[in-house]
Design a protein around this ligand. Structure first.
Ligand code: TUI
Length: 311
Protein backbone atom coordinates (compact mmCIF):
# COMPACT_ATOMS: atom_id res chain seq x y z
CA UNK A 1 0.00 0.00 0.00
CA UNK A 2 1.62 3.23 -1.19
CA UNK A 3 0.83 6.50 0.54
CA UNK A 4 1.09 10.22 -0.06
CA UNK A 5 2.22 12.53 2.72
CA UNK A 6 2.08 16.31 2.54
CA UNK A 7 2.13 19.47 4.63
CA UNK A 8 -1.68 19.21 4.92
CA UNK A 9 -1.32 15.82 6.66
CA UNK A 10 1.12 17.30 9.20
CA UNK A 11 -1.06 20.37 9.73
CA UNK A 12 -4.34 18.55 10.34
CA UNK A 13 -3.14 15.18 11.65
CA UNK A 14 -4.71 13.13 8.84
CA UNK A 15 -3.15 10.12 7.09
CA UNK A 16 -4.07 10.92 3.46
CA UNK A 17 -4.32 14.48 2.04
CA UNK A 18 -7.99 14.12 1.09
CA UNK A 19 -10.80 16.30 2.50
CA UNK A 20 -14.48 15.47 2.11
CA UNK A 21 -16.29 18.68 1.19
CA UNK A 22 -18.79 20.19 3.64
CA UNK A 23 -21.99 19.80 1.65
CA UNK A 24 -25.31 21.14 3.00
CA UNK A 25 -27.88 18.38 3.78
CA UNK A 26 -25.25 15.79 2.79
CA UNK A 27 -22.13 16.06 4.94
CA UNK A 28 -23.44 14.90 8.31
CA UNK A 29 -21.63 13.17 11.15
CA UNK A 30 -21.81 9.58 9.87
CA UNK A 31 -20.20 10.41 6.51
CA UNK A 32 -17.63 12.68 8.14
CA UNK A 33 -16.68 10.02 10.71
CA UNK A 34 -16.34 7.35 7.99
CA UNK A 35 -13.98 9.59 6.00
CA UNK A 36 -11.93 10.47 9.08
CA UNK A 37 -11.74 6.81 10.15
CA UNK A 38 -10.43 6.03 6.64
CA UNK A 39 -7.58 8.52 7.08
CA UNK A 40 -9.04 11.56 5.27
CA UNK A 41 -10.58 14.67 6.78
CA UNK A 42 -14.31 14.22 7.29
CA UNK A 43 -16.18 17.52 7.41
CA UNK A 44 -19.61 18.19 8.95
CA UNK A 45 -21.64 20.87 7.20
CA UNK A 46 -23.18 23.45 9.56
CA UNK A 47 -25.33 24.41 6.54
CA UNK A 48 -28.40 26.54 7.32
CA UNK A 49 -29.03 24.94 10.71
CA UNK A 50 -28.77 26.35 14.22
CA UNK A 51 -26.29 25.82 17.06
CA UNK A 52 -28.12 22.87 18.62
CA UNK A 53 -28.04 20.90 15.33
CA UNK A 54 -24.29 21.47 14.97
CA UNK A 55 -23.60 20.56 18.61
CA UNK A 56 -25.45 17.25 18.24
CA UNK A 57 -23.59 16.50 14.99
CA UNK A 58 -20.20 17.16 16.62
CA UNK A 59 -21.17 14.93 19.54
CA UNK A 60 -22.18 12.10 17.20
CA UNK A 61 -19.00 12.47 15.13
CA UNK A 62 -16.86 12.28 18.28
CA UNK A 63 -18.71 9.10 19.28
CA UNK A 64 -17.95 7.52 15.88
CA UNK A 65 -14.32 8.56 15.47
CA UNK A 66 -11.33 9.61 17.54
CA UNK A 67 -9.61 10.99 14.42
CA UNK A 68 -9.46 14.69 13.42
CA UNK A 69 -12.52 16.08 11.65
CA UNK A 70 -13.72 19.48 10.47
CA UNK A 71 -16.80 21.68 10.42
CA UNK A 72 -17.75 23.74 7.38
CA UNK A 73 -19.38 27.10 8.07
CA UNK A 74 -21.59 28.22 5.19
CA UNK A 75 -21.25 31.99 5.45
CA UNK A 76 -24.67 32.72 3.92
CA UNK A 77 -26.41 30.81 6.74
CA UNK A 78 -28.85 32.84 8.85
CA UNK A 79 -27.29 31.11 11.90
CA UNK A 80 -23.68 31.91 11.00
CA UNK A 81 -23.03 33.90 14.24
CA UNK A 82 -24.14 31.10 16.55
CA UNK A 83 -22.45 28.25 14.65
CA UNK A 84 -19.23 30.30 14.47
CA UNK A 85 -19.32 30.28 18.29
CA UNK A 86 -20.12 26.56 18.56
CA UNK A 87 -16.85 25.60 16.85
CA UNK A 88 -15.02 27.65 19.50
CA UNK A 89 -16.93 26.15 22.44
CA UNK A 90 -16.51 22.63 21.08
CA UNK A 91 -12.82 23.13 20.21
CA UNK A 92 -13.34 21.69 16.73
CA UNK A 93 -9.87 20.90 15.30
CA UNK A 94 -10.45 22.19 11.74
CA UNK A 95 -12.88 24.80 10.39
CA UNK A 96 -13.50 25.37 6.69
CA UNK A 97 -15.70 28.13 5.30
CA UNK A 98 -17.59 28.57 2.05
CA UNK A 99 -19.69 30.94 -0.03
CA UNK A 100 -18.17 34.18 1.27
CA UNK A 101 -15.51 35.99 3.27
CA UNK A 102 -15.02 34.73 6.87
CA UNK A 103 -13.08 37.90 7.87
CA UNK A 104 -14.98 38.82 11.02
CA UNK A 105 -14.67 35.32 12.53
CA UNK A 106 -11.02 34.71 11.68
CA UNK A 107 -9.32 36.34 14.69
CA UNK A 108 -11.49 34.50 17.22
CA UNK A 109 -10.93 31.11 15.60
CA UNK A 110 -7.20 31.66 15.05
CA UNK A 111 -6.69 32.88 18.65
CA UNK A 112 -8.43 29.72 19.91
CA UNK A 113 -5.88 27.59 18.03
CA UNK A 114 -8.36 26.28 15.46
CA UNK A 115 -6.87 25.28 12.12
CA UNK A 116 -8.86 27.57 9.79
CA UNK A 117 -8.97 26.61 6.11
CA UNK A 118 -11.29 28.90 4.10
CA UNK A 119 -12.47 28.15 0.57
CA UNK A 120 -11.31 30.81 -1.88
CA UNK A 121 -12.25 31.39 -5.50
CA UNK A 122 -9.67 34.10 -6.33
CA UNK A 123 -6.09 35.20 -5.61
CA UNK A 124 -7.17 38.44 -3.88
CA UNK A 125 -9.23 36.56 -1.28
CA UNK A 126 -6.42 34.05 -0.81
CA UNK A 127 -3.90 36.79 0.04
CA UNK A 128 -6.29 38.52 2.46
CA UNK A 129 -7.05 35.30 4.30
CA UNK A 130 -3.39 34.36 4.60
CA UNK A 131 -2.80 37.77 6.26
CA UNK A 132 -5.72 37.11 8.62
CA UNK A 133 -4.10 33.92 9.89
CA UNK A 134 -5.57 31.09 7.80
CA UNK A 135 -3.55 27.88 8.29
CA UNK A 136 -4.19 26.75 4.70
CA UNK A 137 -6.63 27.49 1.87
CA UNK A 138 -8.94 25.45 -0.31
CA UNK A 139 -8.79 26.82 -3.88
CA UNK A 140 -12.05 25.67 -5.43
CA UNK A 141 -12.63 25.92 -9.17
CA UNK A 142 -15.97 26.32 -10.91
CA UNK A 143 -16.11 22.63 -11.87
CA UNK A 144 -17.31 22.06 -8.29
CA UNK A 145 -20.89 21.45 -7.28
CA UNK A 146 -22.98 23.93 -5.31
CA UNK A 147 -21.99 27.58 -4.93
CA UNK A 148 -19.17 28.33 -7.41
CA UNK A 149 -16.79 31.15 -8.32
CA UNK A 150 -15.64 32.20 -11.82
CA UNK A 151 -12.24 30.57 -12.27
CA UNK A 152 -11.63 26.96 -13.12
CA UNK A 153 -9.40 24.66 -11.08
CA UNK A 154 -6.60 24.40 -13.68
CA UNK A 155 -6.08 28.18 -13.68
CA UNK A 156 -7.03 28.98 -10.07
CA UNK A 157 -4.88 26.49 -8.15
CA UNK A 158 -1.41 27.39 -9.51
CA UNK A 159 -2.16 31.13 -9.21
CA UNK A 160 -3.25 30.76 -5.58
CA UNK A 161 -0.19 28.55 -4.89
CA UNK A 162 2.08 31.28 -6.31
CA UNK A 163 0.36 34.01 -4.29
CA UNK A 164 0.54 32.51 -0.78
CA UNK A 165 3.05 30.58 1.32
CA UNK A 166 0.52 28.52 3.32
CA UNK A 167 -0.52 25.09 1.95
CA UNK A 168 -3.25 24.96 -0.69
CA UNK A 169 -5.86 22.24 -1.10
CA UNK A 170 -7.29 21.93 -4.62
CA UNK A 171 -11.01 21.41 -5.20
CA UNK A 172 -13.41 21.36 -8.12
CA UNK A 173 -13.49 18.56 -10.68
CA UNK A 174 -11.34 16.13 -8.65
CA UNK A 175 -12.80 12.66 -8.21
CA UNK A 176 -9.99 10.15 -8.75
CA UNK A 177 -6.24 9.60 -8.46
CA UNK A 178 -5.57 11.39 -11.74
CA UNK A 179 -7.15 14.52 -10.28
CA UNK A 180 -5.07 14.21 -7.12
CA UNK A 181 -1.85 13.77 -9.14
CA UNK A 182 -2.76 16.77 -11.30
CA UNK A 183 -3.51 18.89 -8.20
CA UNK A 184 -0.07 18.09 -6.76
CA UNK A 185 1.50 19.01 -10.11
CA UNK A 186 -0.24 22.40 -9.86
CA UNK A 187 1.39 22.97 -6.48
CA UNK A 188 -1.41 21.82 -4.15
CA UNK A 189 -0.68 19.86 -0.96
CA UNK A 190 -4.05 18.09 -0.89
CA UNK A 191 -7.48 17.82 -2.45
CA UNK A 192 -11.09 18.25 -1.42
CA UNK A 193 -13.70 16.04 -3.07
CA UNK A 194 -17.45 16.45 -2.78
CA UNK A 195 -19.19 14.70 -5.65
CA UNK A 196 -17.22 11.44 -5.29
CA UNK A 197 -18.34 11.14 -1.65
CA UNK A 198 -22.00 11.47 -2.66
CA UNK A 199 -21.55 7.86 -3.77
CA UNK A 200 -20.01 6.72 -0.47
CA UNK A 201 -21.92 3.92 1.21
CA UNK A 202 -21.90 5.91 4.45
CA UNK A 203 -23.40 9.00 2.75
CA UNK A 204 -26.97 9.20 4.03
CA UNK A 205 -28.62 10.89 1.03
CA UNK A 206 -31.63 9.38 -0.78
CA UNK A 207 -30.89 6.51 -3.21
CA UNK A 208 -32.32 8.60 -6.09
CA UNK A 209 -29.53 11.16 -5.54
CA UNK A 210 -26.84 8.46 -5.62
CA UNK A 211 -28.31 6.87 -8.74
CA UNK A 212 -28.43 10.23 -10.53
CA UNK A 213 -24.73 10.82 -9.73
CA UNK A 214 -23.73 7.38 -10.96
CA UNK A 215 -25.66 7.75 -14.23
CA UNK A 216 -24.59 11.38 -14.85
CA UNK A 217 -22.23 12.13 -17.73
CA UNK A 218 -19.79 14.93 -18.42
CA UNK A 219 -22.37 17.48 -19.63
CA UNK A 220 -25.12 16.73 -17.13
CA UNK A 221 -24.60 19.70 -14.79
CA UNK A 222 -25.69 23.32 -15.22
CA UNK A 223 -25.00 26.59 -13.37
CA UNK A 224 -28.04 28.65 -12.39
CA UNK A 225 -28.31 31.85 -10.33
CA UNK A 226 -25.44 33.66 -12.06
CA UNK A 227 -27.45 36.82 -12.80
CA UNK A 228 -28.33 37.25 -9.12
CA UNK A 229 -24.75 36.73 -7.98
CA UNK A 230 -25.20 33.28 -6.40
CA UNK A 231 -24.22 30.79 -9.07
CA UNK A 232 -24.92 27.18 -8.12
CA UNK A 233 -23.92 24.06 -10.07
CA UNK A 234 -26.36 21.14 -9.97
CA UNK A 235 -27.52 18.26 -12.16
CA UNK A 236 -29.74 19.10 -15.11
CA UNK A 237 -33.23 18.12 -13.92
CA UNK A 238 -36.73 19.53 -14.45
CA UNK A 239 -36.02 21.86 -11.50
CA UNK A 240 -32.78 23.37 -12.83
CA UNK A 241 -33.96 23.50 -16.46
CA UNK A 242 -37.01 25.52 -15.37
CA UNK A 243 -34.78 27.81 -13.25
CA UNK A 244 -32.52 28.42 -16.26
CA UNK A 245 -35.58 29.14 -18.40
CA UNK A 246 -36.94 31.61 -15.84
CA UNK A 247 -33.56 33.39 -15.88
CA UNK A 248 -33.50 33.52 -19.67
CA UNK A 249 -37.12 34.59 -20.09
CA UNK A 250 -37.06 37.63 -17.81
CA UNK A 251 -35.00 39.49 -15.22
CA UNK A 252 -35.71 37.15 -12.33
CA UNK A 253 -35.83 38.83 -8.91
CA UNK A 254 -34.04 37.59 -5.81
CA UNK A 255 -37.41 36.96 -4.14
CA UNK A 256 -38.62 34.89 -7.09
CA UNK A 257 -35.42 32.83 -7.07
CA UNK A 258 -35.56 32.36 -3.29
CA UNK A 259 -39.17 31.20 -3.43
CA UNK A 260 -38.44 28.84 -6.28
CA UNK A 261 -35.31 27.39 -4.69
CA UNK A 262 -36.46 27.20 -1.06
CA UNK A 263 -35.95 23.70 0.32
CA UNK A 264 -34.92 22.25 -3.05
CA UNK A 265 -31.61 20.72 -1.88
CA UNK A 266 -33.31 19.24 1.18
CA UNK A 267 -35.98 17.68 -1.04
CA UNK A 268 -33.25 16.12 -3.23
CA UNK A 269 -31.06 14.86 -0.39
CA UNK A 270 -33.75 13.59 1.98
CA UNK A 271 -36.72 12.77 -0.24
CA UNK A 272 -35.15 12.10 -3.65
CA UNK A 273 -37.86 14.37 -5.10
CA UNK A 274 -37.70 13.97 -8.89
CA UNK A 275 -39.61 17.14 -9.77
CA UNK A 276 -38.69 19.87 -7.30
CA UNK A 277 -35.34 18.64 -5.90
CA UNK A 278 -32.05 20.43 -6.61
CA UNK A 279 -29.30 17.82 -6.98
CA UNK A 280 -26.11 19.81 -6.45
CA UNK A 281 -23.13 18.08 -8.09
CA UNK A 282 -19.83 18.89 -9.75
CA UNK A 283 -18.68 18.24 -13.31
CA UNK A 284 -16.78 15.21 -12.02
CA UNK A 285 -20.11 13.36 -11.60
CA UNK A 286 -19.24 11.69 -14.92
CA UNK A 287 -16.24 10.05 -13.20
CA UNK A 288 -18.29 8.54 -10.38
CA UNK A 289 -19.29 5.01 -11.37
CA UNK A 290 -20.28 3.09 -8.26
CA UNK A 291 -21.29 3.19 -4.62
CA UNK A 292 -18.37 2.23 -2.36
CA UNK A 293 -17.35 2.53 1.29
CA UNK A 294 -15.51 5.81 2.01
CA UNK A 295 -12.35 3.86 2.88
CA UNK A 296 -12.32 2.18 -0.53
CA UNK A 297 -12.83 5.54 -2.30
CA UNK A 298 -9.89 7.12 -0.49
CA UNK A 299 -7.52 4.15 -0.80
CA UNK A 300 -8.32 3.71 -4.51
CA UNK A 301 -7.71 7.40 -5.24
CA UNK A 302 -4.46 7.51 -3.26
CA UNK A 303 -3.09 4.32 -4.87
CA UNK A 304 -3.78 5.65 -8.36
CA UNK A 305 -2.27 9.06 -7.55
CA UNK A 306 0.85 7.53 -5.96
CA UNK A 307 1.55 5.47 -9.09
CA UNK A 308 1.13 8.53 -11.32
CA UNK A 309 3.33 10.65 -9.06
CA UNK A 310 5.95 7.83 -9.01
CA UNK A 311 5.87 7.65 -5.20
O1 TUI B 1 -19.76 27.03 -0.39
C1 TUI B 1 -19.56 26.26 -1.29
N1 TUI B 1 -20.54 25.53 -1.85
C2 TUI B 1 -21.86 25.62 -1.52
S1 TUI B 1 -22.55 26.53 -0.27
C3 TUI B 1 -24.05 26.00 -0.69
S2 TUI B 1 -25.49 26.50 0.13
C4 TUI B 1 -26.14 27.57 -0.99
N2 TUI B 1 -27.32 27.25 -1.46
C5 TUI B 1 -27.91 28.05 -2.32
C6 TUI B 1 -27.29 29.22 -2.74
C7 TUI B 1 -26.06 29.53 -2.29
C8 TUI B 1 -25.46 28.70 -1.38
C9 TUI B 1 -23.99 25.15 -1.73
N3 TUI B 1 -22.76 24.94 -2.16
N4 TUI B 1 -18.31 26.06 -1.77
C10 TUI B 1 -17.23 26.82 -1.33
C11 TUI B 1 -17.08 28.00 -2.21
N5 TUI B 1 -16.90 29.21 -1.77
N6 TUI B 1 -17.07 28.00 -3.53
C12 TUI B 1 -16.86 29.27 -3.94
C13 TUI B 1 -16.75 30.01 -2.81
C14 TUI B 1 -16.51 31.41 -2.66
C15 TUI B 1 -16.99 32.30 -3.58
C16 TUI B 1 -16.76 33.65 -3.40
C17 TUI B 1 -15.79 31.86 -1.55
C18 TUI B 1 -15.58 33.19 -1.37
C19 TUI B 1 -16.06 34.08 -2.30
O2 TUI B 1 -15.83 35.37 -2.03
C20 TUI B 1 -16.32 36.33 -2.90
C21 TUI B 1 -17.71 36.75 -2.55
O3 TUI B 1 -18.36 37.22 -3.49
O4 TUI B 1 -18.13 36.61 -1.40
Amino acid sequence: MKTIKSKICALTGITYPVFQGGMAWISEARLAAAVSNAGGLGIISAMNADASYLKSQIKLCRKLTDKPFGVNIMLMSPFVEEVAKVVLDEKVPVVTTGAGMPGKYMAGWVDAGICVIPVVASVAFAKRLERMGASALIAEGAEAGGHVGDLNTMALVPQVCDAVSIPVVAAGGIADGRGIAAAFMLGAEGVQCGTRFLAAEECQIHQNYKQKIIFAGDTDTIVTGKKLGHPVRALKTPFTRKFAQMENDHDITQEEADNYGAGALRRAALEGDEKTGCYMAGQSAGLVKKIQPAREIIEEMIQQAAVLLKI
